[in-house]
Design a protein around this ligand. Sequence first.
Ligand SMILES: NC(=O)c1ccc[n+]([C@@H]2O[C@H](COP(=O)([O-])OP(=O)(O)OC[C@H]3O[C@@H](n4cnc5c(N)ncnc54)[C@H](OP(=O)(O)O)[C@@H]3O)[C@@H](O)[C@H]2O)c1
Length: 271
Amino acid sequence: MGTADESLRKTALVTGASGGIGRALALECVRRGLRVVAVGRNSEELASLSSSAGGPQGSIIAVSHDLLAPGSTATLVDFLQRRDITVDLLINCAGRGLLAPFDSVAADAQRDVLRLNFEVPIELTHALLPALKTRRGAVLNIASLVAFLPAPGLSMLAASKTALVSWSVALRRELLGTVSVTAFCPGVTRTAFLQRAGMAHLQLERSFIATSPAVVAAKALDAVGRNKAVAFATPIDRVAALVCKLLPGWASAAAVAHLLGQFKRASSGST
Ligand SMILES: NC(=O)c1ccc[n+]([C@@H]2O[C@H](COP(=O)([O-])OP(=O)(O)OC[C@H]3O[C@@H](n4cnc5c(N)ncnc54)[C@H](OP(=O)(O)O)[C@@H]3O)[C@@H](O)[C@H]2O)c1
């Protein structure tokens, strides 16, 4: 048990806190006075997060945990119950993408993208909702600008984020007056994501539209504070989403295929 002072502190659970945007969100939460349950697989990165977070002792509770493991949500909820931890803010940030022709990737790996990006947030939210309602808490879903784009070569990433935004907005209406739900849609952000997704050769992180994870984290928490339904990190991202929504799907898909032209060349060269 923590001190009396600690028991008064609000708690955020952040998935994907071992790196990138999730790490930045965990740090920003601590900076704003929250205690953080930091979830990720890489225990070394979680330990490094704990040591660099600052804040009062116990500000970070690191949980090395594979969200794709069978029974993962139940295990995590059991951990919280055993430690008597009640979550005020659930941040679903863990995610992955795969840049590759759809049929070149095993069906299980495609399903894992959908599972991590969409199904795990659903399961965690469902499991934590009773406590979130009692605490009049919040859910922050880290979606993506790609939610507004049918993206050839990234079809599962785009589909999972589209679903995440749609579900967030609908759930927000269902929970009106109890739990606030925000879908935050970053554009290109300088993290390991692009490399992990096989997109390093596109060098998107060098473009003028790329943002730092710290900026994304601060804007995302601001959006929760202002109880926004859907929010963006930069004005450029907001305009890009608007344009994408106005375009017919076939035109957006063609634009993305053009943007990922190097990907097309790379894949045709390899076959
Ligand atoms: N970077 C961008 O340009 C960008 C743009 C828009 C949206 N986003 C979204 O932002 C979110 C965070 O991405 P990021 O850029 O921070 O990427 P990242 O640096 O690759 O971080 C991904 C995080 O997810 C965790 N993760 C992956 N698989 C996991 C699993 N099975 N179980 C538990 N944790 C797992 C990783 O931790 P471990 O490896 O330790 O498991 C890591 O902490 C994602 O949802 C992504 O779609 C990113």
